[in-house]
Ligand binder design. Sequence first.
Ligand code: SF4
Length: 342
Amino acid sequence: MIKPFMPQLVYIEPRALEYPLGVELKKKFEDMGLEIRKTTSHNQVRDIPGKNHLQQYRNAKSTLVVGVRKTLDFDTSKPSAEYAIPLATGCMGHCHYCYLQTTMGSKPYIRTYVNTDEIFDRAKQYMEERAPEMTRFEASCTSDIVGVDHLTHSLKRAIEYFGKTDMGRLRFVTKFHHVDHLLDADHNGRTRFRFSVNAAYVIKNFEPGTSPLDQRIEAAVKVAKAGYPLGFIVAPIYIHEGWQEGYKELFQKLYDAIPKELQTDITFEMIQHRFTKPAKRVIQKNYPKTKLEMDEEERRYKWGRYGIGKYIYQKEEEYSLRETLESYIDHYFPNAKIEYFT
Ligand code: SF4
């Protein structure tokens, strides 16, 4: 049983206290008896305790910074949405393969933004620019937002904000099961609630600090019963001994747990395991004992943005993964929509 995230240390940027949510969170954390420190900007969160890199990295992942989002330009978020909506960055999980290790660099702490109304206003502009086309916003590009939301409720606000818009849709994905506070949100069917799932081997070996699969599935059933459109991201799809059976068991479990009447509007997204050379270096530093296979020789190189290519599976392996997983989905969830395999 994994407990809801509780930071060991909280930093509050002074500007955050100009927003009601900043004041509310400060009071809340004081009442909880958490250690609170002031900082002038998140770049000055330098004195995270720890004697060496590994300790500091671990401590940073249990540090929460309450701040203001200054950059209100949203990144694009292909293929799952048009834009990434920034509500938080960083994550308390310890997935070995997580790309946040490279993108967050030396600042792996969790940062939550209190200027949510400004963020929503910016989202509105993006929707207006694209109208009459629908605009989808992904809330989990830079964090596992559900993992921290029981403390901040900023995701809940976003769900209710998009519940009232006509041209916007919200989506996010999580590996945590702490969803109870989101069940009564006024989502109006405009938020797709997705869970990240995988074969037992991958979860056991590479996803420490996240909820076990059974709890993620239980949470998925709860949110579907609360009327949310439901989705699953199978990622990273990873070749390991017995992977065919491992992924089959996963779909069997999903099929057994989700009531039939809720199996009509489910989406699946599939992402094969990939790594870049810089990511491999960071992973080996943060998780030196990892069993994660990252042998460039075994993989196929695919050119990427900024000249940093990624290593994905060989063509035949990719084909076999895709065929196999799609056949499971067709078998267990014939009414589901496969959004993409990448
Ligand atoms: Fe990264 Fe998601 Fe794991 Fe968090 S739960 S460490 S965001 S992969």
